[in-house]
Design a protein around this ligand. Structure first.
Ligand code: UFG
Length: 342
């Protein structure tokens, strides 16, 4: 079966491409390389022995999208990752986010209707929940007003997909990711943040390797046990495997409704200081960090209720925080050796 992975050279996309190939799917990748490198294609092949079919495609170009589908028949399903994902940048440049994340989705869904592609997995985020009233968060938690244009695009995308499934043959699953970290165990692929990392774990590993002077811990006056924010950090390969299982659910017509959503997290919350501590254990070295002011927009605590994903989807995260951090650290060391571009 042929599966189109949009944004398949990116962080989560590349790991999912590997998981798909290992599950026996033929993978087609499109990517505009705005935040990824063509080298990833061969890195994927070095793990699986198979180079995915690749085409440079900017999904904002409707004509090009149409041409791609016209010339690539027999796509059985789509996993749609291609999108912009930096919260701060989305506040600075909302229209870029609405165009990159929404018009592209509309064009893709139009082609799905034209070419009768019925299976669609969407890359959503726990950001759709905002500051939760109750923890752990279930999929039934209310969707609150988004705190950034990025978050808003994820909410609107889910609505666009839901509405489409109500009037067409499309079946879709939105996976609401918590905080993906780590790298494939082969360390052939991993996260390659552009510039200064915004996310905690790449900032930690880059500090440990000497690329950054010091990690700033954003606030220790939150109402949590040690005062730092709590998140649900999930190994990127666990997340990748969730996509394969979700896709199989649609292909085997096991979905209960045309549009389903699942939380994809571990169910365990870890504070920023706990992550630092776990990283120090894994790397056997102290991390240079300093507590600074809160970062605007951060919620206090978010972690998943994974009951629905465990029981209904039949998926469960297998790797723990230490394992995830170990792979992130190995990856950082490998990147340094290979002198990959930061
Ligand atoms: N943090 C630091 N220092 C840093 C970076 C992060 O202390 O240099 C803290 C943050 O304050 C937060 C935690 O580490 O408490 C995690 O921060 P990340 O930026 O790694 O992750 P977020 O939870 O803020 O963001 C993630 C995704 C977003 C998504 C968001 C939804 O990266 O794409 O979850 O809440 F929108």
């Amino acid at each position: 079966m042929k599966i189109l992975v949009t944004g398949g050279l990116g962080y989560i996309g590349s790991h999912t491409a590997v998981a798909l190939q290992q599950a026996g799917f033929e993978v087609l990748i499109v990517d505009n390389m705005s935040n990824s490198s063509i080298d990833v294609l061969e890195d994927i092949a070095s793990i699986t022995g198979e180079t995915p079919q690749f085409k440079y495609l900017d999904l904002r170009n409707k004509e090009d999208v149409h041409h791609y589908f016209k010339t690539h028949r027999e796509i059985d399903g789509i996993i749609h990752f291609a999108a912009s994902k930096a919260v701060g940048e989305s506040v600075e440049n909302p229209l870029l986010y609405y165009e990159n994340n929404l018009s592209t989705l509309v064009y893709l869904l139009q082609e799905c209707a034209k070419y009768e592609i019925q299976n669609f997995i969407f890359s959503s985020s726990c950001t759709v929940y905002g500051e939760p009233d109750r923890l752990p968060i279930t999929e039934k938690a209310p969707i609150k007003k988004a705190t950034s244009p990025y978050g808003n695009t994820k909410q609107i995308s889910e609505e666009i997909i839901f509405d489409t499934t109500q009037v067409s043959a499309l079946k879709a699953i939105a996976l609401r990711y918590f905080n993906p970290i780590g790298a494939h165990e082969s360390v052939e692929i991993g996260e390659l943040p552009l510039g200064v990392p915004q996310n905690l774990v790449p900032f930690i590993t880059q500090t440990a390797i000497g690329l950054r002077e010091q990690l700033a811990v954003f606030g220790d006056d939150y109402p949590t046990e040690d005062g730092t924010c709590i998140r649900d950090y999930i190994h990127v390969m666990d997340l990748a495997e969730a996509h394969v299982i979700a896709l199989q659910r649609l292909l085997e017509k096991k979905n209960k409704t045309p549009f389903e959503v699942f939380n994809v997290g571990t169910g365990k919350g870890s504070s920023v200081l706990e992550v630092i501590q776990a990283f120090e254990n894994v790397s056997q070295m102290p991390l240079n960090y300093k507590v600074v002011n809160r970062r605007p927009g951060d919620v206090t605590a978010v972690y998943a209720d994974t009951g629905l994903a465990n029981n209904e989807l039949g998926w469960k995260a297998k790797r723990n925080l230490e394992e995830s951090l170990r792979s992130a650290w190995k990856w950082e060391q490998k990147v340094k050796l290979k002198k990959k571009d930061y």
